[in-house]
Write a protein that binds this ligand. Structure first.
Ligand code: IPM
Ligand code: MG
Length: 356
C-alpha cells in the first residue's frame, strides 16, 4: 500500500528524532511492501524563522491533504519571548484544532527492562503498569476565551475553561471503546468538587457509560489521581480527562516509566488522518549532542500504522523491535545502563531498525 505522510521536524531535537522514525518506517515499508512518501512542512520555531509565523497555511493545507502527520517537537528559548499568538506552540494547537484532532491517546507502560529507571519504589514498580491516557485535545482552557483586562486590583489576565456536552460525549465514546479492547476499566478524572465544567463532565461521562455496560467507570479527582499515579499506577487501565489535566498527568505518567523519552502519542479526530508525536518537547539543550531518545517518536510512528493505516502487524513489529532493543541493553543517554556507553539517537534508531 501507499501512504503520504506529512513530516514536521520542528525545533531542537525534532529533526533527529523524526529522521530516526523515518528510518524505521522505511525499513517496515521494505519488509512488508509498503511505500511511505514523506513531504516536509514547516511548523514552530523553524517556521517563524523562515516565514514569520509558527503555522504557515501551506503546512495546514499539506497536513490536511496527507494521510497522516508525523511531528517531532516545537519550541525553544530563541522564541520564548515572542507574544503568545506567535509562539512556536501555537503551531501545535493550531494543527490540532484545524485538523479536528479532539482525541489524544497517550499510552504509558512499564518496560520491565527499564524498571530500574523508574523513580518509583521497587515494590510499586514490581506490580507493573500499562495505562492509556485519553486526553481531550481541542477544548477546555487551551482554547477558551482569554485576555488581559483591568480588574479590581489593577491589570489582570484570564483564561477560561469551557466544555460542551458534545465535546465530552465524543471523548467519552473514545475512552469507553478503547477500554473495551483493554481491561474494561475507565477512570474519569475531574475536579468536580470545585469546577462546574467538571460536574458537567462527570454527568456526561456517566450517561455515556450506560451504553458500555461491559466497562466499569469510576470518577477520580485530579489531585488524587496525581497521587495514585505514583502510589499505585497498576490500578489504572484507561483514564479520560480534559485537555489541561491530561497534559499534566501524562507528563507524570511518563516519568514513572523511567523516561519521558519513551512516550508516544496519537492525536485523532473523526477521520483516519491523525497526528503522531512524542509527548516530550524539543529539548533544545540536547539538540545535536546525540543524547536524544528517538523511541517515543518511533513508537508514535507505530501508533500511526495502527490507528491511521490499519497496519496492525507492522505496528506490532515496531513495538517488538523496541522491546528487543531494550532487552538487549540498547540504551540512549536518558535510560543508560551504568558502566555501558549510551547509544546516540542515530545508533538507537539503527538498533531498532536492525531488529525489524
Ligand atoms: C503536549 C505539550 C503541548 C501541550 C504544548 C507544547 C503546547 O506540552 O503536547 O503535551 O500542552 O499540549
Ligand atoms: Mg505536555
Amino acid at each position: 500500500m501507499e501512504f503520504n505522510i506529512a513530516l514536521i521536524k520542528g525545533d531542537g531535537i525534532g529533526p533527529e528524532i523524526v529522521d530516526a522514525a523515518v528510518a524505521v518506517l522505511e525499513k517496515v515499508g521494505e519488509k512488508y511492501g509498503h511505500t511511505f512518501r514523506f513531504t516536509r512542512y514547516l511548523a514552530g520555531g523553524e517556521a517563524i524563522d523562515a516565514t514569520g509565523v509558527p503555522l504557515p497555511q501551506e503546512t495546514v493545507d499539506g497536513c490536511l491533504a496527507s494521510d497522516s502527520v508525523l511531528l517531532g517537537a516545537v519550541g525553544g528559548p530563541k522564541w520564548d519571548t515572542l507574544p503568545g499568538d506567535i509562539r512556536p506552540e501555537r503551531a501545535l494547537l493550531g494543527l490540532r484544532s484545524k485538523m479536528g484532532l479532539y482525541t489524544n491517546l497517550r499510552p504509558a507502560k512499564l518496560y520491565p527492562a527499564l524498571a530500574g529507571k523508574s523513580p518509583l519504589r521497587e515494590d510499586i514498580v514490581s506490580q507493573g503498569f500499562d495505562l492509556l491516557m485519553v486526553r481531550e485535545l481541542t477544548g477546555g482552557i487551551y482554547f477558551g476565551d482569554r485576555g488581559r483586562r483591568d480588574g479590581q486590583y489593577g491589570p489582570e489576565a484570564y483564561d477560561t475553561e469551557a466544555y460542551s456536552v458534545m465535546e465530552i460525549e465524543r471523548i467519552a465514546h473514545v475512552a469507553f471503546a478503547a477500554a473495551q479492547k483493554r481491561r474494561k476499566k475507565v477512570i474519569s478524572v475531574d475536579k468536580a468538587n470545585v469546577l462546574e465544567t467538571s460536574r458537567l463532565w462527570r454527568e456526561t461521562i456517566h450517561r455515556i457509560a450506560e451504553q458500555y455496560p461491559d466497562v466499569t467507570v469510576e470518577d477520580m479527582l485530579v489531585d488524587n489521581t496525581a497521587q495514585q499515579l505514583v502510589k499505585n499506577p497498576s490500578q489504572f487501565d484507561v483514564l479520560v480527562t480534559t485537555n489541561m489535566f491530561g497534559d499534566i498527568l501524562s507528563d507524570e505518567a511518563s516519568q514513572i516509566t523511567g523516561s519521558i523519552g519513551m512516550l508516544p502519542s496519537a492525536s485523532l479526530g473523526d477521520s483516519t488522518r491523525g497526528m503522531y508525536e512524542p509527548i516530550h518537547g524539543s529539548a533544545p539543550h540536547m539538540a545535536g549532542t546525540g543524547k536524544a531518545n528517538p523511541t517515543a517518536t518511533i513508537l508514535s510512528a507505530a501508533m500511526m500504522l495502527r490507528y491511521s493505516f490499519d497496519l496492525k502487524e507492522e505496528a506490532d513489529c515496531i513495538e517488538a523491535a523496541v522491546d528487543k532493543a531494550l532487552n538487549d541493553n540498547c540504551r540512549t543517554y536518558d535510560i543508560a545502563v551504568p558502566g555501558m556507553e549510551p547509544l546516540t539517537c542515530g545508533q538507537m534508531a539503527q538498533a531498532i531498525v536492525d531488529r525489524i
